[in-house]
Design a protein around this ligand. Structure first.
Ligand code: MG
Ligand code: ZN
Length: 201
């Protein structure tokens, strides 16, 4: 079995649109600084790269599917340039009221991928900028990292200011023995359990 990362898209890889707005066009897709390098580090550390994203805007008619596919191509091309390959993109296109099993915080997309790709969930990571990412990852039995915002309801294994900071910690210590309690002592660039790190990106 392989290990994987389940990466959120908006707010984790690319700049998050304002709340309740969506990336509706390829022109609105902007990489967060360091995100591509972070994915490259994960690929080099032998994690399969998957991207798992709620896109309720599709159900609401605000995001065209063509834009979703164009953004995939852009992500694939830009990550290929740093030597990383995305093995799967998965989306929940449903609305809240659909009560589907795939919309994070539910773990449906992760569990489906685990079956299809024969993944070792315990050695895999879910990384995102929302509590719903953490909850989905925990429900699927993965390790979890929350980036860019401070933990509230959820208790991620790792919290960091950015994807790159989180990945620096993960590749150094995939089993999480050095943090959060000893993270600083281990010399991680990560700041475990940041108290107040709402970043604009
Ligand atoms: Mg997000
Ligand atoms: Zn769904």
């Amino acid at each position: 079995m392989r290990r994987a990362v389940f990466l959120d898209r908006d707010g984790t890889l690319n700049v998050r649109p304002p709340v309740h707005e969506y990336v509706t066009d390829i022109s609105e897709f902007v990489w967060i600084e360091g995100a591509r390098e972070a994915v490259a580090l994960l690929a080099r550390a032998d994690y399969l790269i998957t991207i798992v994203s709620n896109q309720r805007g599709v159900a609401r008619g605000l995001v065209p599917l063509a834009a979703i596919r164009q953004i995939e191509k852009r992500i694939e091309r830009d990550l290929a340039a740093v030597g990383a390959r995305v093995v799967a993109f998965r989306y929940c296109f449903h609305a809240f009221e659909d009560a589907c099993s795939c919309r994070k915080p539910r773990p449906g997309m992760l569990l489906d991928l685990a079956t299809e790709l024969d993944l070792d969930l315990e050695r895999s990571w879910t990384i995102g900028d929302s509590e719903t990412d953490v909850l989905a990852g925990q429900a699927a039995g993965t390790r979890t990292a929350l980036v860019g915002s401070s933990p509230r309801r959820s208790q991620p294994d790792l919290a960091a200011a950015s994807l790159l900071d989180a990945v620096a910690g993960i590749v150094r210590d995939p089993d999480g023995r050095a943090w959060p309690a000893q993270g600083a002592a281990a010399g991680l660039s990560t700041s475990p359990l940041l108290s107040n790190s709402e970043t604009s990106s």
